[in-house]
Design a protein around this ligand. Structure first.
Ligand code: ATP
Ligand code: MG
Length: 388
């Protein structure tokens, strides 16, 4: 076993090989191996067809047989096994019109986007690298396989992928490839937003995001993204550590609301709500105990750095840790208590009453003690909320 192999991947490769099918490791994990890093999940490609793969293994999941991908389950592991394929004509700049399964690895590598992604390692650990991917990785450059012009015309997502790889790897794009990106930038308007969004999420995770965004503007790709005509200030993006923070800044500097950005980039409801929270927090001038209570440390620390707020990280951590309660669940008074002690408090007023109690406890106007809370309610809110 090679040190980057797992028991499952070794088993799958050997099983296929013994059955007479060529099988190799491919994909992003090979970049990591070439860079001396520990690879994430490693993909397997094989000359066997999906049916042949299914026939060889007991436990498989069909996740896209028509594209040639089967998941093989070995112990706790899930291994993605994909049949060698070539992609023929692309009439819409986004998807091959049909997928043809082939028995030749070279054909399969040829259709891949960048030289660093078009390598394989066989069962003996031999590298198969027909397009000089290893050298380009060493030189830290991203270079299209074959004619960059053609490759971007076939599938415009590759241009966005180049930008995302700049962000995650810190490589630069080779000049011919970059020129082709400039030339074909407008083709990205044909892409399904879900695919762009996926690459953006990965881009926002990268350590070289500022460099990647710079490339986005330099190539003019941004002009064909929704609501993104103007150039953003790049420096704030150096603070981004996770996708949601990237989206927050993307919305903020394009002057988009959370709803706008979610609609344009097909973000989920959960993502939209998260963005909304960050944007609201960013607007708050005065950070009170309630602010520290209401927002997570993650949200507070990000906006603190973004807005260069006076609070130190240490202070925020301390304030947070010393709050009388951490969430509604910790409150010594709940819905049942309302019914018991204030049966006249009805409908919306119940929620309102609980929120006011929560606020008072957080702001230390009353301690988190049932008796004291009752006393406080009687004095401050009973009349208003429980007597109508
Ligand atoms: P990551 O480590 O982020 O998963 P990756 O290179 O594995 O990076 P994937 O999107 O998982 O990226 O794709 C797996 C492989 O499939 C790539 O390495 C590349 O060889 C090929 N590939 C993916 N998308 C395209 C595309 N649009 N055009 C051509 N080849 C592609
Ligand atoms: Mg991958």
């Amino acid at each position: 076993m090679f040190k980057w192999e797992t028991k499952g991947s070794r088993f799958v490769i050997e099983r296929l090989f013994e059955a007479g099918y060529e099988a190799v490791y491919v994909g992003g994990a090979l970049r990591d191996i070439a860079l001396g890093l520990t690879p994430k999940d490693i993909d397997i490609a094989t000359a066997a067809t999906p049916e042949e793969i299914e026939a060889l293994f007991h436990r498989t999941i069909d996740v896209g047989k028509e594209h040639g991908t089967i998941i093989v389950l070995v112990g706790e592991e899930q291994l993605e096994v994909t049949t060698y394929r070539s992609e023929s004509t692309y009439s819409d700049h986004r998807r091959p019109d049909d997928v043809t399964f082939v028995r030749s690895l070279h054909e399969d590598l040829k259709r891949r986007d960048f030289t660093m992604n078009a390598m394989a390692i066989d069962h003996r650990g031999q590298w198969i690298d027909p397009f000089d991917g290893l050298r380009h990785i060493q030189e830290r450059t991203i270079q299209a396989v074959g004619q960059a012009d053609e490759r971007f015309e076939e599938d415009a997502l590759r241009m966005i992928r180049a930008v995302r790889f700049v962000s995650t790897l810190g490589f630069t794009v080779e000049s011919e490839t970059q020129r082709a990106m400039q030339k074909h930038a407008s083709l990205i308007s044909y892409l399904a937003m879900e695919r762009i969004k996926q690459e953006f999420d990965k881009m926002f995770r990268g350590e070289h995001l500022v460099q990647a965004l710079h490339l986005l503007y330099e190539t003019g790709l941004h002009r064909y993204l929704p609501a993104s005509q103007e150039e953003l200030p790049l420096q704030p993006f150096s603070l981004v550590q996770q996708p949601i923070e990237g989206w927050v800044l993307w919305a903020k500097y394009h002057h988009l609301t959370s709803a706008d950005v979610a609609k344009a980039y097909k973000l989920s409801k959960k993502e939209r709500e998260a963005i909304e929270r960050y944007l609201t927090l960013a607007q708050e001038r005065e950070w009170t105990l309630w602010t520290v209570y209401h927002y997570s440390l993650e949200e507070l620390l990000f906006i603190r750095r973004l807005n260069e707020r006076p609070e130190t990280e240490q202070q925020l951590r301390q304030m947070k840790a010393q709050l009388p309660i951490q969430s509604k669940r910790d409150l010594a008074f709940d819905g049942k208590d309302v019914k018991r002690y204030y049966p006249n408090c009805l409908g919306e007023n119940i929620g309102q009453l609980l929120t006011e109690i929560e606020r008072a406890v957080v702001l230390r106007k009353v301690s988190n003690d049932t008796e004291e809370i009752i006393e406080w309610v009687n004095e401050h809110v009973y009349e208003r909320l429980c007597t109508k």
